[in-house]
Design a binder for this molecule. Structure first.
Ligand code: GTP
Length: 370
């Protein structure tokens, strides 16, 4: 069975984390999200994946190659320019000759794919869309169905008074390849506003597959943090790396934790990390490989990628910190702050108000103190 995974987007909402790393390659507890996704597909019987890439395409090639490391066949196909969600599938249509899955490359879900496939086949559906309930559907694509699941209407980002269901398009589809005939070649074309309403107008059999499987779109800073919290709190199946030294603490190889440091789970600490005296780490928190946490520092609810130096007496709360940053002593980094890669922050700063530091930013001593 083949799957097309859409991974060509710019990931603008997650900038600056996506300046150097395409969104599907962002680490989740140290592993690129796309690797988790491919492994999950493989484990559910999908043995061939076509990655529709565009932005930072080389990063996918370097990391995934032909997929053999993950035990599946991976094709990485680059678009000459962004073709949109449906246009991207059309661009790889020469590789598709049978029923296929299509996935948005930024959705973390443990949906039962074989169950969805059985549902698709039983109804002789031509297009089946996974649906998930959300509290506020106004930011999403609503999908209305009959009681039997047949799709009757699509509504993109409805106004509150237009909301008739809380079921939204969850970004996983099963499609018959002939539907791609509706997608114009070599053009930007979207599923949501293009192919789906067109196929519906032409009376094709389209069904919604509702489930309450775990579902999060990792594409916003808040949800990127939340998905970590969900993984660490066990809400979604995820093999945590390292040795489990306590029920809720995992530690990698060659990591040194001072005996006076306090770690209150759920916390994952990568390989080669040094944690000095009187550090407090409060979960859910991830400390990436090769990082150094100075004495007396307090970190809670945060995701720290690899090879970061964090000085002494810092306070970091619900922040995301990328790779290779140098954060000097006595800095306070408040909730919502994103620091991307290779930034240098001198001592005695207070970073807050959703501040986002772009790669290679420098902040001098006491320059941000609100
Ligand atoms: P934002 O810029 O933050 O909205 O993120 P995004 O660019 O990823 O857009 P969006 O979340 O709407 O995209 C949904 C999925 O489709 C993501 O997995 C994207 O990578 C993918 N995608 C969006 N546009 C394209 C495209 O033109 N080509 C390809 N190949 N994939 C796309």
């Amino acid at each position: 069975m083949k799957a097309v995974i859409l991974v060509g987007g710019l990931g603008t909402r997650l900038r600056p984390l996506t300046c150097n790393t395409p969104k599907p390659m962002l680490p989740l507890v140290g592993t690129p999200f796309i690797e988790w996704m491919l492994t999950n597909l493989r484990d559910q019987g999908i043995d061939e994946a076509i990655l529709a890439v565009q932005y930072l395409a080389d990063r996918f090639r370097a990391s995934l190659g032909d997929g053999s490391r993950l035990g599946m066949k991976v094709h990485i196909i680059e678009e000459p320019e962004p073709r949109g969600t449906a246009g991207a599938v059309k661009h790889v249509a020469h590789l598709l000759d049978d029923t296929m899955f299509v996935f948005n490359g930024d959705v973390m879900t443990d949906l039962d794919l074989q169950g969805m496939l059985r549902y698709h086949r039983k109804r002789k559906s031509e297009l089946t869309i996974a649906l998930t309930p959300v509290e506020d559907p106004t930011a999403f694509g609503l999908v209305e169905t009959t009681a039997a699941g047949r799709i009757t209407r699509f509504l993109e980002k409805p106004r509150p008074e237009e909301v008739t269901t809380n079921m939204i398009n969850a970004g996983t589809y099963i499609m018959e390849p002939h539907l791609l005939d509706y997608v114009p070649a070599r053009q930007h074309y979207m599923f949501e506003r293009g192919l789906f309403p067109t196929a519906l107008q032409n009376n094709h059999a389209m069904y919604g597959y509702a489930s309450d499987a775990y579902w999060t779109d990792i594409g916003k800073p808040q949800t990127y943090l939340e998905v970590h919290h969900d993984i660490l709190n066990g809400k979604v199946r995820f093999g945590l790396p390292g040795q489990q030294i306590r029920p809720d603490v995992w530690v990698g190889d060659n990591t040194i934790i001072h005996s006076s440091a306090q770690i209150h789970g759920a916390v994952v600490i990568g390989n080669g990390v040094t944690i000095e005296a009187d550090v407090t780490i409060v979960g859910p928190t991830v400390i990436g490989a090769g990082s150094h946490i100075g004495a007396g520092t307090h970190i809670s609810g945060s995701v720290v990628w690899q090879v970061n130096h964090i000085g002494t007496q810092c306070r970091i709360d619900r922040a995301v910190i990328g790779n290779h940053n140098y954060i000097a002593n006595q800095n306070t980094i408040h909730a919502g702050t994103i620091i991307s890669d290779r930034c240098r922050i001198a001592s005695h700063n207070h970073l807050a108000n959703g501040l986002r530091l772009w790669p290679n930013s420098t902040i001098s001593e006491q320059s941000i103190t609100f």
